[in-house]
Design a protein around this ligand. Structure first.
Ligand code: PLP
Length: 372
């Protein structure tokens, strides 16, 4: 069978359910005569800050800009060392490079996350002055933020959380992703747990100074209209349409995260193949943005699933420090857990509108795989 029947994701299923509401929001924006950084943006900023339990939210154009502006807002400049993990798709590294800062790579744990141990090891090995760390809550799983904050403070590092995959992930006590760091970056790219109908992003911060700087940086670096007093500015504004859509979709975030977790729980309890390692601890600290298993037989499993009509993908295949853009710049960097994850990770379909029947097909197909 060559045509896929279970998609990795299908955004149209959710949009179809919301189309009446989205169209009504679009009409309001059209009639308002105000299309960029207006009332819809301010009201989404307030709603999302409140949802995350953080003082300030600044809407920006996308998640990568959010990372860059968050770092700049924290005072990171060209030449500063910034610790990042290398097992995503260059997001944090791209933001660091855009500033002219220097990425310093830390390894990960079995969940794909930075820990105090991997952070401490990276700090010990670094040969540039370190100013900040970007902590990525990869796949929608909260990193151990209170411990990481302690290590970061001890080493005088500013902390930016990358929450682009972790909207609404929280501790059992209810503390939400994005509320620990000096700043946090969110993407609302359509596939994210809270997604716009186009590109959008935000920076969150409890720090008034970071907030002010990011508001200035997102609009040319104006400290007031037509007055540029700070460096590093650009145009990275959020538009009214996307903000209106996001405000309409935000109230669904928790229930859709619950559904994602429900699928993940089914998979993790019922995929019982000895050669497939499934993620454990499916609780409120995990919002199942991506459901990623690990296996030494990745290409064989992916082919078997494809033959069963199930789409898969690899998040992510190449460590940042091995990307061709770097040539031999990081040739001496080698992080064993990162490299194992890049070699073994395979993403299964997991999105809120996946049906129970599709979920069963995925479980059956995994359990009937015969590794080559
Ligand atoms: C998607 C993503 C980003 C980048 O967001 P864009 O809006 O695509 O720029 C950054 N970090 C992570 C972890 C992401 O998943």
């Amino acid at each position: 069978m060559s045509s896929m029947i279970v998609p990795l994701n299908d955004l149209g299923r959710y949009t179809a359910l919301k189309s009446v509401h989205l169209a009504a929001e679009a009409t309001k924006v059209l009639e308002s005569g105000h299309y960029v950084l207006g009332n819809h943006v301010s009201s989404f900023e307030r709603a999302f800050a409140e949802y995350c339990g953080v003082n300030h939210c600044i809407g920006v154009a996308n998640g990568t800009d959010a990372l860059e502006l968050a770092l700049r807002g924290c005072g990171i400049e060209a030449g500063d060392g910034v610790l990042v993990c290398a097992n995503a798709a260059m997001y944090a590294t791209t933001a660091v490079l855009a500033i002219g800062a220097i990425p310093v790579f830390a390894d990960i744990d079995a969940h794909g996350l930075m820990t105090t141990a991997t952070l401490t090891a990276a700090i010990a090995n670094a040969n540039v002055p370190l100013r900040a760390v970007v902590v990525t809550h990869l796949y929608g799983r909260l990193a151990s933020m209170s411990q990481i904050m302690e290590t970061a403070r001890t080493n005088n590092l500013r902390v930016v959380e990358d929450c682009a995959q972790a909207h609404g992930a929280r501790t059992p006590e209810g503390r939400v992703a994005g509320s620990w760091g000096d700043a946090a970056a969110f993407s609302f790219y359509p596939t994210k747990n809270l997604g716009a109908i186009g590109d959008a992003g935000a920076v969150l911060s409890n720090d008034d100074e970071v907030e002010m700087r990011v508001r200035q940086l997102r609009q040319y670096g104006w400290t007031r209209k037509y007055h540029n007093a700070i460096a590093g500015g650009r145009n990275s504004r959020l538009d009214e349409l996307q903000a209106a859509f996001l405000s309409t979709l935000l109230p669904d975030l928790d229930s859709r995260n619950d559904r994602r977790r429900g699928i993940a729980r089914e998979y993790s309890s019922r995929i019982v193949h000895s050669a497939i390692k499934v993620p454990m601890a499916i609780d409120c600290s995990f919002v199942a943005h991506l459901y990623v298993v690990h296996t030494a037989g990745r290409s064989s499993l992916a082919s078997h699933l494809a033959e069963s009509g199930i789409a898969t993908d690899v998040h992510y295949p190449t460590p940042d420090y091995r990307q061709p853009v770097f040539g031999t710049r990081f040739a001496e960097v080698s992080l064993p857990m990162t490299e194992m994850a890049c070699a073994q990770a395979l993403t299964l379909p997991c999105f809120p509108e996946l049906t129970d029947q599709e979920c069963e097909m995925v479980i059956d197909a995994c359990n009937t795989w015969e590794p080559a």
